[in-house]
Ligand binder design. Structure first.
Ligand code: NAP
Ligand code: MG
Length: 490
């Protein structure tokens, strides 16, 4: 189908009937306190902030703003639990609590999916099929390790690090919490976690799950707030380890502020992944993979395939097919099961993306956007591709974190590799080819923590995830993810 014919199909008014997921079954309180010692408590200074639905700009709930005093209270609770009930418990029993969390999450999956989409703007199809099941899978997976740490570290004895401070971003709110909390608990640590300011609600729901699973008070605590609350956790003297996922900019600040303190840290930061399509690839499959890798979830993915390197002889075909496919993507109500691209997470993220669209044009790139009609309220961005970009362009080098794809071409595999590796990041990448030998040759030379071949953005709790260069330090997931939460004593 050509761009013209696909446009016609839509302009003729041929559309899917709406298939909205119901919100009748969910409960969101008007106000949430801080979750400390298994109870929701008032913040010391009595301040709250609002979280909204980015698709409608409507109020969802108000959430406590934690200050230094609140963070200290949470750390104190975590320390008490670490020295008390949680340490004295048999590892197999620790595992049972983590299994319980996993099972309750599964039971409440529908409710969690809807709340994740309401609070963050992501399509229900993604929260329902990816975020929530993968979060439960992480708890199941790490529950199994709790009493088998001797097998994880043969010949060594592992000890928990103590109280762990965790700070997470808004793009996968529950999943990032699961990535962080599950291995920390399995290894015997206790936790103080701060969700992102714009997406605190599934953390509040997870707090209910922790309470219902009857974990000993203080084992998991949630403090909500903005960057200052995160900084307060990072700088708290009684926190033994910081686990951070977010931007490279904030990662750098964290690294500087804990230098010399003896605190451990892992940093999962930004990315600018390239998908490399060779002429021998299954082109339709590759185009679908590219679309999935950058446009679904609005490009709000650290490992999004935000760059495309396509071999010159198939470049015209790939770009034309991408434009056609882009035209058919459905942008709109995150709760509609047909939606491919939901709302941008916040007004400020939309502003950032829009500033990059301007930069791309000013740098001389050719911008092509889908012609879809955007809803009047809320924060939206059309799927966008840039062609005619050069390696030094900012839209090629910098993380945009939106549905924006920069396309370059290459002639030889060496040139493709050279371009793929030429960014400050090294989180993920993709290779599309019909030749198994080429997959092995190329993937060995792409300097990225995770590389997919003939697929993209596939996750599993058993598989480690982490990056090189400015994409961070340390890995999460799998056996590697346990390393980040233990001290090996002999
Ligand atoms: P961000 O601005 O760095 O924020 C991340 C978290 O840090 C938020 O909870 C934020 O609070 C908090 N924070 C802000 N300033 C802080 C400070 N000075 N000290 C301590 N904490 C602070 O990142 P974001 O915009 O939320 O998320 C997008 C970024 O995350 C992208 O760069 C993406 O690539 C990266 N990411 C990486 C991975 C990975 O696994 N490598 C996974 C997902 C996302 P507020 O919410 O209040 O700002
Ligand atoms: Mg929100």
């Amino acid at each position: 189908m050509t761009s013209e014919s696909s446009k016609l199909a839509f302009n003729d008014g041929w559309q899917y009937s709406p298939a909205p997921e119901s919100t009748d079954h969910i409960v969101i309180d008007e106000q949430y306190g801080l979750f400390i010692d298994n109870e929701f408590v008032e913040p010391a200074e009595g301040q709250y902030f609002d979280t909204i639905n980015p698709a409608t700009e409507e109020f969802l709930a108000s959430v406590a703003l934690a200050t230094d005093a609140d963070v200290s209270r949470a750390v104190k609770a975590a320390r008490k639990a670490k020295n008390g009930a949680w340490s004295k418990m048999k590892p197999a029993d620790r595992g049972k609590y983590i299994y319980r969390i996993a099972r309750i999450l599964q039971e409440r999956a529908r409710e969690f999916s809807v709340i994740e989409s309401l609070d963050g703007g992501k399509p229900i199809r993604e929260s329902r099929d990816i975020d929530i099941p993968l979060s439960a899978a992480h708890f199941f997976y790490y529950a199994g390790w709790a009493d088998k740490l001797d097998y994880a570290f043969p010949g060594r004895t592992s000890k928990p690090l103590g109280v762990v401070g965790q700070v997470i971003p808004w793009n996968f709110p529950l999943l990032m919490a699961a990535w962080k909390i599950a291995p920390a608990l399995a290894c015997g640590n206790t936790v103080v976690l701060k969700p992102a300011e714009t997406t605190p609600l599934t953390a509040m729901k997870l707090a209910e799950v922790i309470r219902d699973a009857e974990l000993p008070p203080g084992v998991v605590n949630f403090v909500t707030g903005a960057g200052d609350t995160g900084a307060s956790i990072v700088n708290h003297p009684d926190v033994d380890k910081i686990a951070f996922t977010g931007s490279t900019e904030v990662g750098r600040i964290i690294q500087q502020s804990i230098a010399g303190t003896g605190k451990r840290y892992t940093l999962e930061l930004g990315g600018k992944a390239a998908n490399i399509i060779f002429a021998d690839a299954a082109i339709d499959q590759a185009v679908e993979g590219i679309v999935n890798g950058i446009f679904f979830n609005q490009g709000h993915v650290c490992c999004a395939g935000s760059r495309l390197l396509v071999q010159e002889s198939v470049a015209d075909e790939v770009v034309s097919k991408l434009k056609d496919r882009m035209e058919t993507l459905i942008v709109g109500d995150p709760l509609d099961k047909n939606t491919d691209i939901g709302a941008i997470n916040s007004a400020s993220q939309l502003q950032t993306i829009q500033s990059y669209l301007k930069i791309g044009e000013e740098e001389g790139a050719e911008m092509h956007q889908s012609s879809c009609v955007l809803p009047e309220r809320g924060y939206w961005c059309r799927p966008t591709i840039f062609t005619g970009v050069s390696q030094s362009n900012r839209v090629v080098q910098e993380e945009i974190f939106g549905p924006v794809l920069a396309i370059q071409t290459f002639r030889t595999p060496e040139e493709g590799l050279e371009k793929a590796n030429n960014t400050p990041y090294g989180l993920s990448g993709g290779v599309w080819t019909d030749k198994g030998s080429k997959i092995f040759q190329i993937t060995k030379k792409v300097r990225a923590g995770v590389i997919w071949a003939n697929t993209f953005n596939k996750f599993d709790p058993t598989s480690p995830f982490g990056g090189y260069k400015e994409s961070g330090i340390g890995s999460e997931g799998g056996l590697h993810g346990l390393n980040a939460y233990v001290e090996l004593v002999k």
